[in-house]
Design a protein around this ligand. Structure first.
Ligand code: CTP
Length: 402
């Protein structure tokens, strides 16, 4: 699977380091040549002897050993890929800010190859804004992040933060870097647009009608499409998310009208359109140029329907184009979703019901059911939005590109 590939594996000081012993074994078994660099604190968690035996190479720890100097530049240039697994909070922060006080960091800074990281930390550390910012920084450098998994943590808590299992790491590498898995790059040559986030409809210069959509689901879908080789344009409404989405063309809009125009502009030249945005259905008929002053007891605002972007694309759609919509429902979920599929001439509709816990706006997880125009129904468990994005893209590939 990874025959002849040269991999530098960085191991940092984290309880999850024990899993990296197995990761080394898997990489070597898959045919890769593996050189391991560990941070000084990783020595407290794993024995360099085990790692050097399994990797069949000496384990590198220090920038200087005796009179000799470990050539980090050569190591960074030797590798086809550098992976840091587990990535601790401390090393993450140092990588994000360009610190260089150990060999692993020196190799990272000199690496000319792609870099991928598999973070591992406790749930509260994982959710801290500093961690999110540091990961966003790494993404902006072009590094890939293997999402953490949910489960038992070293603290005894159960939650997000476990390092991905070695088998998942191996398939991530095969899918993303070495194109050795059947799903990898299956959308190469395809152009995709994704809408995401809310829209804001202005009443006056300081007020708007909006909704709680965070944009997370749409961003996850855009990343997944890009991972499969598609050329992706993400058309996104106002969001708090750090928008450092490498390799994805970003179009930032505010209102439903602007989102409509942005979609119309590119749709004819698009193979796949996934409409994950929570577009306002109504907008104020008039936007006041001045702040509306408080006067009477009642203020009646006239709202007019916005353009339905999904429906307009459905009307213009050619037979080879794939159009996917979302339906967020609170009641009669399935029948409303199927009705939307037909009414808007979509190929697939992704239903998320607000009755499912862990689904919908703002959550990091989602629970979906997919309906396709051929009458098929696909049910999925509650998963991280990254995993849900993978399910949506897998289902689409199986139905339309397999
Ligand atoms: N959508 C759109 N443009 C709009 C409204 C919705 O493109 N002006 C898209 C959404 O991005 C989503 C799908 O249509 O993919 C369904 O959105 P939803 O608001 O649930 O559907 P509506 O047709 O507005 O139906 P209703 O509000 O009556 O449920």
């Amino acid at each position: 699977m990874l025959q002849g590939k040269k991999i530098v594996l960085g191991i940092t000081g984290s309880i999850a380091a024990y899993k990296s012993i197995y990761l080394v074994r898997l990489l070597v078994k898959a045919g890769a040549e593996v050189k391991v660099v560990i941070t000084p604190s990783a020595k407290d968690f794993i024995s360099p002897l085990i790692i050097s035996t399994l990797s069949r190479n000496p384990v590198l720890i220090d920038l200087f050993e005796g009179e000799s100097w470990a050539n980090h530049v050569m190591l960074g240039r030797w590798a086809d890929l550098m992976i840091v697994a587990p990535l601790s909070c401390n090393t993450l922060a140092k990588m994000a800010s360009g610190h260089c006080d150990n060999l692993l960091l020196a190799v990272y800074l000199s690496a000319t190859c792609p870099v991928v990281v598999a973070p591992a930390m406790d749930e509260d550390m994982w959710h801290h804004p500093a961690t999110k910012n540091n990961l966003a920084k790494l993404e902006s450098f072009g590094n890939k992040i293997i999402p953490v998994e949910k489960g038992d943590l070293a603290s005894g808590l159960i939650g997000d933060g476990r390092m991905a299992e070695p088998e998942s790491i191996l398939s991530f590498l095969a899918d993303n870097f070495f194109l050795t898995s059947p799903i990898a790059k299956s959308l190469q040559g395809k152009k995709a647009i994704v809408t995401a986030g809310p829209t804001y409809e202005h009443l006056d210069p300081v007020r708007f009608i909006g909704n709680h959509s965070s944009g997370k689901m749409g961003v996850a879908i855009a990343k997944e499409l890009e991972r499969r080789g598609a050329e992706v344009t993400l058309i996104i409404g106002p969001t708090q998310l750090p928008l450092t989405v490498n390799g994805i063309m970003l179009v930032q809009v505010t209102s439903a009208e602007e989102m409509y125009t942005a979609c119309q502009k590119v749709f004819a030249d698009t193979d796949i359109a996934i409409m994950a945005a929570a577009v306002a259905d109504y907008a104020p008929a008039d936007k006041s140029n001045e702040k509306i002053k408080k006067k009477d007891d009642k203020l009646i605002v006239e709202l007019v329907k916005t353009k339905d972007i999904l429906k307009s694309l459905g009307e213009a759609k050619r037979s080879e184009q794939v159009l996917i919509g979302f339906a967020l429902e609170t009641n009669n979920e399935k029948s409303y979703a199927k009705d939307k599929l037909l009414r808007k001439n979509a190929d697939m509709i992704v239903l998320n019901s607000l009755n499912d816990s862990g689904a919908g706006f703002g959550h990091d997880t989602n629970k979906i059911t997919i309906f396709d125009k051929g009458g098929k129904e696909f049910n999925f468990d509650t998963k991280s939005k990254a995993a849900v994005a993978k399910d949506i893209v897998d289902t689409m590939i199986n139905l339309y590109y397999a």
